[in-house]
Ligand binder design. Structure first.
Ligand SMILES: [Zn+2]
Length: 168
């Protein structure tokens, strides 16, 4: 199968400017916003596009292709970590075919084929509140944490429900 060489979720350099705007994917609450210009400039693989990231979690869209994942074709690589009793991930699900394709082209997923599993149900969707010096520097924008500005959305399960091997 062939697919995009840049995942739908990835940000592009032409999108790397940030504002605070109400976001439809978090019920109109204030969130970090970037312009939507996929394909312009260079892809930034390490940084998902903020709006597409929230949309992908809110609508269960595939990280790779951006289409909705039906419940019977909704997979993940168990990327995430345990925090305050929850296993949390900012990674949206993927279609099986998209996951298989990503394994062949994405260095981030090298060696993770065995981790590919159907996404477990019973998750909650949490909003990450952003702010502080690291965020200010990362996004070139001053955010007062007291304003409760939303960055990424996360999927969260009670930690005991998710079995992952610890990786260093
Ligand atoms: Zn897909």
């Amino acid at each position: 199968m062939t697919g995009p060489t840049v995942p739908w979720n990835a940000a592009w350099s032409a999108e790397a400017s940030y504002e605070i705007r109400p976001c439809r994917w978090v019920g109109g609450r204030l969130a970090l916003w970037s312009p939507h210009k996929p394909g312009e400039g260079k892809p930034i693989f390490a940084k998902p596009h903020m709006v597409r990231q929230r949309r992908s979690i809110a609508e269960m869209r595939c990280t790779v292709c951006g289409e909705k994942t039906p419940e019977n074709d909704r997979w993940w690589f168990k990327l995430g970590r345990i925090q305050e009793g929850y296993f949390m991930t900012t990674e949206a699900p993927v279609h099986h075919a998209c996951a298989a394709y990503a394994l062949t082209v994405c260095p981030h997923l090298r060696g993770r084929a065995a981790d590919l599993e159907p996404l477990p149900g019973g998750y909650s969707i949490l909003s990450a509140i952003v702010g502080g010096p690291a965020v200010d520097q990362d996004f070139g924008i001053k955010i007062d944490p007291a304003r409760k500005i939303i960055g990424s959305l996360k999927l969260a399960w009670p930690a005991h429900r998710i079995r992952v091997e610890e990786r260093s």
